[in-house]
Design a protein around this ligand. Structure first.
Ligand code: AKG
Length: 255
């Protein structure tokens, strides 16, 4: 077997060392960023429940009640399965803002009402833009609402957002509902997303947190009318959705 010339060997060792330093620096930066975010998080007592594959952790960031790893992988896959027929009967569409700008995410809804946006404004309506009624909200999704809100009042809309590569959602308030005393419950499936949280008025300091597949966020009380948005997704970070990307469900009491 031919031996590697000394100069090639040196080159290899040098490359490996450089990769090691790069990895170390990246990990350090990530740890620093997590520590900086954590300063403003409130962790609950007994907040971590080991369930064999992940740890459910509950934390509070500016009133946003964030349940990390709320859904195990099998429950996430089961949700994707129940969403398939919904997406077939109420296909995703690209909404436009009232000023005519096309949103980068695609959307559809389940429930008595669906959220739509076009030149006539942001609103809830009883029919898909193509004309059909919205499919019912599956029981698997209702169960999450009941568990995290403890409320018997059912949501009448489950907005389904699909984030493909390079998509985002600008900072906004959810304020097309009639009664803001009901929370909005968000469920993340698929790729990681950088969720930004602001204030109840536009502008000011914001904070961000990565949401992963299976995370649930409850936006109620002081957080109900806080600005929030998705800056970007890490396309391909999860293998839950066959074609990649991220699905976000938001359960809302619209009327
Ligand atoms: O995708 C998300 O996590 C947030 C979605 C959202 O803000 C909305 O649908 O109003």
């Amino acid at each position: 077997m031919a031996s590697l010339p000394r100069s090639d060997l040196r080159e290899w060792l040098y490359t490996i060392a450089r990769l090691g330093v790069y990895k170390g620096v990246t990990r350090g930066l990530q740890a620093f960023r997590n520590a900086a975010f954590r300063e403003s998080w409130t962790f609950f007592d007994n907040d971590t429940v080991r369930n064999g594959e992940s740890a459910m952790t509950q934390l509070l960031l500016r009133g946003f009640d964030i349940r990390k790893c709320y859904l195990e992988t099998s429950a996430q896959s089961a949700l994707v399965d129940v969403l398939r027929p919904i997406l077939k009967s109420a296909p995703l569409f690209h909404p436009t803002t009232p000023s005519g700008k096309k949103m980068s995410v695609r959307m559809t809804s389940a429930g008595e009402l669906g959220w739509v946006s076009d030149k006539n404004g942001y609103r809830y309506q009883g029919k898909h833009p193509k004309g059909g009624v919205w499919p019912a909200i599956p029981e698997e999704i209702m169960t999450i609402w009941r568990d995290v809100t403890g409320s018997e009042r059912a949501p009448d809309c489950c907005l389904i957002n699909y984030y493909g590569e390079g998509t985002r959602m600008g900072m906004h308030q959810d304020k097309d509902e009639v009664d803001f005393s009901w929370p909005v419950v968000s469920v993340s499936l698929g790729d990681d997303a950088l969720f930004r949280i602001g204030n109840t008025t536009r502008g000011g300091k914001t904070e961000s947190i990565w949401l992963g597949s299976g995370d649930v966020v409850i936006m109620g009380g002081p957080a109900r009318l806080a600005y929030h948005g998705i800056d970007r997704i890490r396309f391909g970070s999860s293998r839950l959705l066959p074609k990649g990307g991220r699905i976000n469900l938001t359960l809302r009491v619209a009327t």
